[in-house]
Design a protein around this ligand. Structure first.
Ligand SMILES: Cc1cc2nc3c(=O)[nH]c(=O)nc-3n(C[C@H](O)[C@H](O)[C@H](O)COP(=O)(O)O)c2cc1C
Length: 177
C-alpha cells in the first residue's frame, strides 16, 4: 500500500461517514505473536482535546482487546480498502480468545512508526495513538434514554482517548492546503 506520512492537521476524512461506512480496526499490544489483539470498531471520534489531535475509541470490558488496551500505553486504528470487508467482519464477530485472528483474517501486522502497537500492511490509513485519558460510560450520566438500549448486559464502554502521534495514509487522506 502506497502510504505517506500525513500531518494530523492535514488529515482528510469525513468523521461521521468513516465510522458508518468504512469501520476501523483497533489494535493494541506489542508486535509479537500473542502479544497483541485487534477488533473492528464502528464507533469513535476524531478531534481535538486539550490542544492535542485525538482519537477516541470505545471498548467494552468483555472484549479480548480490552485487556491489551489496559496493559498497553498505546493503540493504532486502521482503515482498509473495501476489498478487506470480509476480514473486518470477521474481526468484529470472532474473539481473539477463540481464534487466531491474524491467520483467519489474513491481515499482516507490521511495526508502527511511533508506538509499540502494530498496524497493518493492508491498511490505507493508519493512525497511531498514545493513550492519554479514559472514561467509563456511567448510566447515571446518560441524558438520552436511548443510550441504555445499547447496554442490556450493562457492559458499559470504556472510552480511550489517544493522542494522535503519527498518521500515514494514501493520497486521498491528505490535503495539501
Ligand atoms: C461494525 C462493527 C463495529 C463494532 N464496534 C465496536 C466498538 O466500537 N466497540 C466495541 O467494544 N466492540 C465493537 N464491535 C464488536 C467487536 O469488534 C467484537 O465483539 C469482536 O469480536 C471483539 O473481538 P476481541 O474479543 O478479539 O477483542 C464492533 C463489531 C462490528 C462488526
Amino acid at each position: 500500500m502506497d502510504r505517506k506520512l500525513i500531518d494530523p492537521s492535514r488529515l482528510v476524512l469525513n468523521p461521521v461517514r468513516i465510522f458508518m461506512e468504512d469501520w476501523f480496526i483497533l489494535c493494541s499490544g506489542e508486535n509479537l505473536p500473542g502479544k497483541f489483539n485487534f477488533m473492528t470498531i464502528g464507533w469513535g471520534s476524531v478531534g481535538v482535546m486539550w490542544g492535542k489531535p485525538c482519537f477516541m475509541a470505545p471498548v467494552r470490558p468483555v472484549r479480548h482487546t480490552y485487556k491489551f488496551m489496559e496493559k498497553s500505553h498505546d493503540f493504532t486504528v486502521c482503515v482498509f480498502p473495501k476489498s478487506q470487508r470480509k476480514a473486518l467482519a470477521l474481526s468484529g464477530a470472532k474473539s481473539g480468545r477463540d481464534i487466531d485472528k491474524v491467520k483467519e483474517t489474513g491481515l499482516t501486522p507490521m511495526g508502527s512508526l511511533k508506538v509499540m502497537s502494530p498496524s497493518f500492511a493492508e491498511a490505507e490509513l493508519i493512525i497511531e495513538c498514545k493513550k492519554i485519558y479514559f472514561g467509563d460510560v456511567d448510566p447515571r450520566n446518560c441524558i438520552s434514554a436511548t443510550i441504555a438500549e445499547n447496554y442490556p448486559e450493562k457492559d458499559y464502554h470504556r472510552m480511550y482517548l489517544g493522542e494522535i502521534v503519527a498518521v500515514h495514509g494514501t493520497e486521498k487522506y491528505c490535503s495539501e492546503k
